[in-house]
Design a protein around this ligand. Structure first.
Ligand code: DAT
Ligand code: MG
Length: 140
């Protein structure tokens, strides 16, 4: 078997818009288990680790500012191939082109801001998942 864990974040736009339940609903409807769910305030230190791969990119500063603009729902999901599976549920990074049926395609859009406010984060590989779960849930 290939049971994986992945770190999912409902970003501040998703929490603010009251979409946390809808996003958890889609994860559970897909058949993934929730191993941890916690409403959290990110910190600059935590985000510097989480988004280390994007440091220096033009959208980095607005991204960190956005992620500090309100609480995030930090979630660890578990299931067979759930890393790729959640990325598929989330849809493309740009919510304008994300396919209908996906979280970003159904619920997100471009707000004309410096950073894509695209509702969710999902780990993109087994290494990222292990690294990110260690950052957000060091006790797991
Ligand atoms: P993803 O969240 O789909 O894994 P990513 O890791 O490449 O995308 O980027 C992290 C976040 O940064 C993304 O969710 C939204 C923002 N972002 C990425 N590329 C961007 C761009 N070209 N313009 C504005 N925001 C961007
Ligand atoms: Mg990413």
């Amino acid at each position: 078997t290939d049971v994986q864990r992945s770190l999912v974040l409902v970003k501040p736009d998703g929490v603010r818009r009251g979409l946390s339940g809808e996003i958890l609903r889609r994860i559970e409807a897909k058949g993934y288990a929730l191993a941890a769910v916690e409403l959290r305030d990110a910190t600059p230190e935590l985000l510097a680790e989480h988004y280390a791969e994007h440091e220096g990119k033009p959208f980095y500063a607005p991204l960190v500012e956005f992620m500090l603009s309100g609480p995030v729902l930090a979630v660890v999901i578990e299931g067979q191939r759930c890393i790729e599976g959640f990325r598929s549920l989330a849809g493309a990074t740009d919510p304008t082109v994300a396919a209908p049926g996906t979280i970003r395609g159904d619920l997100g859009r471009d707000w004309g801001l410096a950073v894509q406010q695209n509702l969710v984060h999902g780990s993109d590989s087994e290494e990222s998942a292990a690294r990110e779960i260690g950052i957000w849930f060091p006790q797991l």
